[in-house]
Design a protein around this ligand. Sequence first.
Ligand code: BJW
Length: 237
Amino acid sequence: MDVTKIKYRLKNARYIVVLTGAGISAESGIPTFRGEDGLWKHYRAEELATPEAFEKNPELVWEWYCWRRAIISKASPNSGHIAIAELENRYNNFLLITQNVDGLHRIAGNKRLVEIHGNIWETRCVKCGAVEQNYELNFKNIGTCNSCGGQKRPNVVWFGESIPHANLEMAYSAAGSCDLMIVAGTSGIVQPAASLPFIAKQSGAFIIDINIEPTPISAIADVFLKGKCGEILPGLL
Ligand code: BJW
Protein backbone atom coordinates (compact mmCIF):
# COMPACT_ATOMS: atom_id res chain seq x y z
CA MET A 1 0.00 0.00 0.00
CA ASP A 2 2.64 2.49 1.10
CA VAL A 3 5.02 1.37 -1.67
CA THR A 4 2.41 2.09 -4.36
CA LYS A 5 1.64 5.49 -2.82
CA ILE A 6 5.32 6.40 -2.56
CA LYS A 7 6.06 5.30 -6.13
CA TYR A 8 3.14 7.35 -7.43
CA ARG A 9 4.18 10.45 -5.48
CA LEU A 10 7.84 10.19 -6.51
CA LYS A 11 6.95 9.65 -10.16
CA ASN A 12 4.54 12.57 -10.29
CA ALA A 13 6.22 15.07 -7.98
CA ARG A 14 6.65 18.54 -9.45
CA TYR A 15 8.65 20.03 -6.59
CA ILE A 16 10.54 17.91 -4.06
CA VAL A 17 11.91 19.34 -0.83
CA VAL A 18 14.17 17.26 1.42
CA LEU A 19 14.71 18.23 5.06
CA THR A 20 17.59 16.51 6.83
CA GLY A 21 18.92 16.36 10.38
CA ALA A 22 21.79 14.76 12.26
CA GLY A 23 20.43 11.22 11.73
CA ILE A 24 21.47 11.24 8.07
CA SER A 25 25.12 11.74 9.05
CA ALA A 26 25.01 9.16 11.88
CA GLU A 27 25.95 6.39 9.46
CA SER A 28 29.02 8.46 8.47
CA GLY A 29 30.14 8.26 12.11
CA ILE A 30 29.02 11.74 13.20
CA PRO A 31 27.24 11.74 16.57
CA THR A 32 23.67 13.05 16.67
CA PHE A 33 22.67 15.67 19.24
CA ARG A 34 20.08 13.87 21.28
CA GLY A 35 20.89 10.19 20.90
CA GLU A 36 22.83 8.08 23.39
CA ASP A 37 26.07 9.32 21.81
CA GLY A 38 24.87 12.94 21.84
CA LEU A 39 26.62 13.95 25.03
CA TRP A 40 30.10 15.47 25.05
CA LYS A 41 31.93 15.54 28.38
CA HIS A 42 28.52 15.38 30.12
CA TYR A 43 27.25 18.53 28.36
CA ARG A 44 24.05 18.56 26.29
CA ALA A 45 23.88 20.47 22.98
CA GLU A 46 21.48 22.92 24.64
CA GLU A 47 24.25 23.86 27.11
CA LEU A 48 26.94 24.47 24.48
CA ALA A 49 25.13 25.72 21.36
CA THR A 50 24.16 29.09 22.85
CA PRO A 51 25.59 32.62 22.67
CA GLU A 52 25.56 32.66 26.50
CA ALA A 53 27.79 29.55 26.68
CA PHE A 54 30.24 31.15 24.22
CA GLU A 55 30.28 34.43 26.15
CA LYS A 56 30.90 32.57 29.42
CA ASN A 57 33.49 30.09 28.16
CA PRO A 58 34.56 30.51 24.50
CA GLU A 59 37.41 27.99 24.93
CA LEU A 60 35.02 25.25 26.03
CA VAL A 61 32.65 25.91 23.13
CA TRP A 62 35.52 26.01 20.61
CA GLU A 63 36.92 22.80 22.11
CA TRP A 64 33.55 21.11 21.44
CA TYR A 65 33.44 22.44 17.86
CA CYS A 66 37.04 21.37 17.19
CA TRP A 67 36.27 17.89 18.58
CA ARG A 68 33.33 17.73 16.14
CA ARG A 69 35.47 19.13 13.28
CA ALA A 70 38.02 16.35 13.85
CA ILE A 71 35.28 13.70 13.54
CA ILE A 72 33.72 15.39 10.48
CA SER A 73 37.10 15.77 8.77
CA LYS A 74 37.43 11.97 8.72
CA ALA A 75 33.83 11.35 7.59
CA SER A 76 32.52 10.78 4.06
CA PRO A 77 29.01 11.00 2.66
CA ASN A 78 27.07 7.75 3.08
CA SER A 79 24.50 6.11 0.81
CA GLY A 80 21.77 8.37 2.25
CA HIS A 81 23.62 11.57 1.27
CA ILE A 82 24.39 10.10 -2.15
CA ALA A 83 20.73 9.18 -2.74
CA ILE A 84 19.69 12.78 -1.97
CA ALA A 85 22.30 14.11 -4.41
CA GLU A 86 20.85 11.75 -7.02
CA LEU A 87 17.33 13.05 -6.29
CA GLU A 88 18.58 16.58 -7.09
CA ASN A 89 19.87 15.29 -10.44
CA ARG A 90 16.54 13.71 -11.28
CA TYR A 91 14.19 16.61 -10.50
CA ASN A 92 14.18 20.07 -12.04
CA ASN A 93 12.42 21.52 -9.03
CA PHE A 94 14.30 20.46 -5.93
CA LEU A 95 15.57 22.00 -2.71
CA LEU A 96 17.50 20.42 0.14
CA ILE A 97 17.13 22.09 3.52
CA THR A 98 19.67 20.73 5.99
CA GLN A 99 20.05 21.47 9.67
CA ASN A 100 23.49 19.86 9.56
CA VAL A 101 26.63 21.96 9.66
CA ASP A 102 28.97 19.15 8.55
CA GLY A 103 29.01 19.99 4.81
CA LEU A 104 28.57 16.32 3.76
CA HIS A 105 25.63 17.09 1.44
CA ARG A 106 27.84 19.42 -0.63
CA ILE A 107 30.56 16.79 -0.80
CA ALA A 108 27.92 14.28 -1.97
CA GLY A 109 27.09 16.67 -4.83
CA ASN A 110 24.03 18.69 -3.75
CA LYS A 111 24.09 22.25 -5.07
CA ARG A 112 20.52 23.41 -4.51
CA LEU A 113 20.70 23.44 -0.72
CA VAL A 114 20.20 25.71 2.27
CA GLU A 115 22.29 25.09 5.37
CA ILE A 116 19.87 26.71 7.79
CA HIS A 117 22.07 26.23 10.87
CA GLY A 118 25.27 27.34 9.12
CA ASN A 119 28.55 25.56 8.43
CA ILE A 120 31.12 24.29 10.91
CA TRP A 121 34.03 25.14 8.59
CA GLU A 122 33.28 28.88 8.72
CA THR A 123 33.98 31.42 11.45
CA ARG A 124 32.29 34.77 12.01
CA CYS A 125 33.86 37.73 13.77
CA VAL A 126 31.82 38.80 16.80
CA LYS A 127 33.01 42.41 16.24
CA CYS A 128 32.78 43.09 12.49
CA GLY A 129 30.81 40.04 11.27
CA ALA A 130 33.45 38.98 8.69
CA VAL A 131 33.01 35.36 7.65
CA GLU A 132 36.12 33.27 6.94
CA GLN A 133 36.80 29.66 5.98
CA ASN A 134 38.63 27.95 8.84
CA TYR A 135 39.80 24.33 8.98
CA GLU A 136 41.69 24.45 12.29
CA LEU A 137 41.26 21.34 14.44
CA ASN A 138 43.03 22.62 17.56
CA PHE A 139 40.83 24.96 19.58
CA LYS A 140 43.91 26.80 20.86
CA ASN A 141 44.83 27.88 17.29
CA ILE A 142 41.54 29.36 16.06
CA GLY A 143 43.10 32.83 15.95
CA THR A 144 41.47 36.23 15.54
CA CYS A 145 39.60 37.96 12.70
CA ASN A 146 41.82 38.74 9.68
CA SER A 147 39.93 42.01 9.06
CA CYS A 148 39.72 43.59 12.52
CA GLY A 149 41.43 41.28 15.02
CA GLY A 150 38.11 40.53 16.76
CA GLN A 151 37.09 37.26 18.37
CA LYS A 152 36.00 34.47 16.01
CA ARG A 153 32.97 32.28 16.70
CA PRO A 154 31.63 29.33 14.69
CA ASN A 155 29.38 30.60 11.87
CA VAL A 156 26.43 28.53 13.02
CA VAL A 157 22.98 29.30 14.45
CA TRP A 158 22.73 28.77 18.20
CA PHE A 159 19.63 28.55 20.40
CA GLY A 160 17.96 31.93 20.78
CA GLU A 161 19.51 33.20 17.53
CA SER A 162 17.62 33.83 14.33
CA ILE A 163 18.18 31.87 11.14
CA PRO A 164 19.60 34.30 8.51
CA HIS A 165 16.57 35.93 6.89
CA ALA A 166 17.24 34.86 3.28
CA ASN A 167 17.71 31.22 4.29
CA LEU A 168 14.56 31.17 6.39
CA GLU A 169 12.54 32.80 3.60
CA MET A 170 13.81 30.23 1.12
CA ALA A 171 12.96 27.36 3.48
CA TYR A 172 9.45 28.63 4.29
CA SER A 173 8.69 29.35 0.66
CA ALA A 174 9.87 25.88 -0.44
CA ALA A 175 7.89 24.17 2.32
CA GLY A 176 4.77 26.09 1.31
CA SER A 177 5.03 25.28 -2.38
CA CYS A 178 6.45 21.74 -2.66
CA ASP A 179 4.17 18.79 -3.33
CA LEU A 180 6.49 16.16 -1.82
CA MET A 181 8.63 16.57 1.27
CA ILE A 182 11.06 13.90 2.43
CA VAL A 183 12.17 14.34 6.03
CA ALA A 184 15.24 12.32 6.97
CA GLY A 185 16.92 11.81 10.33
CA THR A 186 15.65 14.68 12.45
CA SER A 187 14.08 14.55 15.91
CA GLY A 188 11.75 17.35 14.80
CA ILE A 189 11.95 19.27 18.04
CA VAL A 190 14.13 22.25 17.16
CA GLN A 191 12.27 25.22 15.77
CA PRO A 192 11.84 26.74 13.26
CA ALA A 193 13.12 23.78 11.16
CA ALA A 194 10.64 21.44 12.86
CA SER A 195 7.70 23.52 11.60
CA LEU A 196 8.63 23.08 7.91
CA PRO A 197 6.91 19.67 7.47
CA PHE A 198 3.81 21.09 9.15
CA ILE A 199 3.78 24.02 6.70
CA ALA A 200 4.22 21.61 3.79
CA LYS A 201 1.43 19.36 5.07
CA GLN A 202 -0.94 22.32 5.49
CA SER A 203 -0.14 23.37 1.94
CA GLY A 204 -1.12 19.96 0.63
CA ALA A 205 2.26 18.25 0.23
CA PHE A 206 2.76 14.52 0.73
CA ILE A 207 5.19 13.89 3.61
CA ILE A 208 7.56 10.93 3.87
CA ASP A 209 9.40 10.69 7.18
CA ILE A 210 12.44 8.43 7.58
CA ASN A 211 13.78 7.77 11.05
CA ILE A 212 14.89 4.91 13.28
CA GLU A 213 12.19 5.98 15.74
CA PRO A 214 8.92 7.95 15.56
CA THR A 215 9.04 11.73 16.08
CA PRO A 216 6.40 14.49 16.16
CA ILE A 217 6.87 14.68 12.36
CA SER A 218 6.05 10.97 11.89
CA ALA A 219 2.69 11.70 13.48
CA ILE A 220 1.68 14.00 10.63
CA ALA A 221 3.59 12.19 7.85
CA ASP A 222 1.62 10.39 5.15
CA VAL A 223 4.21 7.64 5.30
CA PHE A 224 6.61 6.85 8.13
CA LEU A 225 9.50 4.65 7.03
CA LYS A 226 11.16 3.23 10.12
CA GLY A 227 14.83 2.53 9.55
CA LYS A 228 18.20 3.99 8.66
CA CYS A 229 18.47 6.77 6.08
CA GLY A 230 21.41 4.99 4.43
CA GLU A 231 19.25 1.95 3.78
CA ILE A 232 15.86 3.51 3.03
CA LEU A 233 16.81 6.52 0.86
CA PRO A 234 18.63 4.50 -1.86
CA GLY A 235 15.56 2.24 -1.92
CA LEU A 236 13.33 5.22 -2.80
CA LEU A 237 15.33 5.78 -5.98
C1 BJW B 1 18.38 8.38 12.39
C2 BJW B 1 19.55 7.66 12.23
C3 BJW B 1 19.70 6.98 11.03
C4 BJW B 1 19.68 8.59 14.15
N1 BJW B 1 18.74 7.07 10.09
N2 BJW B 1 17.44 8.43 11.47
C5 BJW B 1 9.00 27.51 19.47
C6 BJW B 1 8.62 26.63 20.47
C7 BJW B 1 9.55 26.19 21.40
C8 BJW B 1 10.86 26.63 21.36
C9 BJW B 1 11.23 27.50 20.37
C10 BJW B 1 10.30 27.92 19.44
N3 BJW B 1 10.95 28.76 18.57
C11 BJW B 1 12.22 28.87 18.93
C12 BJW B 1 12.42 28.11 20.02
C13 BJW B 1 13.72 27.98 20.73
C14 BJW B 1 14.68 27.04 20.07
C15 BJW B 1 14.11 25.63 20.05
O1 BJW B 1 13.63 25.13 19.07
N4 BJW B 1 14.21 24.92 21.18
C16 BJW B 1 13.74 23.53 21.25
C17 BJW B 1 14.82 22.67 21.89
C18 BJW B 1 12.44 23.50 21.99
N5 BJW B 1 15.02 27.47 18.70
C19 BJW B 1 15.87 28.43 18.46
O2 BJW B 1 16.40 29.06 19.38
C20 BJW B 1 16.16 28.76 17.00
N6 BJW B 1 16.07 30.15 16.79
C21 BJW B 1 14.91 30.79 16.63
O3 BJW B 1 13.85 30.21 16.60
O4 BJW B 1 15.05 32.15 16.46
C22 BJW B 1 13.89 32.97 16.65
C23 BJW B 1 13.85 33.27 18.12
C24 BJW B 1 14.87 33.98 18.65
C25 BJW B 1 14.82 34.28 20.00
C26 BJW B 1 13.77 33.81 20.80
C27 BJW B 1 12.75 33.06 20.23
C28 BJW B 1 12.79 32.80 18.85
C29 BJW B 1 17.58 28.37 16.63
C30 BJW B 1 17.83 26.91 16.74
C31 BJW B 1 19.29 26.62 16.41
C32 BJW B 1 19.63 25.16 16.64
N7 BJW B 1 21.03 25.02 16.59
C33 BJW B 1 21.62 23.69 16.68
C34 BJW B 1 23.15 23.88 16.70
C35 BJW B 1 23.63 24.28 15.31
C36 BJW B 1 25.10 24.36 15.21
C37 BJW B 1 25.78 23.06 15.55
O5 BJW B 1 25.60 22.04 14.87
O6 BJW B 1 26.51 23.09 16.52
O7 BJW B 1 21.24 22.90 15.55
S1 BJW B 1 21.04 22.72 18.08
C38 BJW B 1 20.98 21.19 17.21
O8 BJW B 1 19.60 20.73 17.04
C39 BJW B 1 21.49 21.50 15.80
C40 BJW B 1 20.62 20.63 14.96
O9 BJW B 1 20.65 21.07 13.62
C41 BJW B 1 19.28 20.76 15.62
C42 BJW B 1 18.29 19.67 15.27
O10 BJW B 1 18.73 18.43 15.70
P1 BJW B 1 18.51 17.16 14.76
O11 BJW B 1 19.24 17.34 13.50
O12 BJW B 1 17.08 16.85 14.65
O13 BJW B 1 19.30 16.03 15.60
P2 BJW B 1 18.81 15.15 16.82
O14 BJW B 1 20.00 14.58 17.46
O15 BJW B 1 17.88 15.89 17.69
O16 BJW B 1 17.96 13.98 16.14
C43 BJW B 1 18.55 13.00 15.31
C44 BJW B 1 17.44 12.12 14.78
O17 BJW B 1 17.98 11.20 13.87
C45 BJW B 1 16.72 11.32 15.87
O18 BJW B 1 15.32 11.44 15.67
C46 BJW B 1 17.17 9.87 15.63
O19 BJW B 1 16.17 8.93 15.93
C47 BJW B 1 17.45 9.91 14.15
N8 BJW B 1 18.45 8.98 13.66
N9 BJW B 1 20.30 7.80 13.38
C48 BJW B 1 17.58 7.77 10.39
N10 BJW B 1 20.79 6.24 10.77
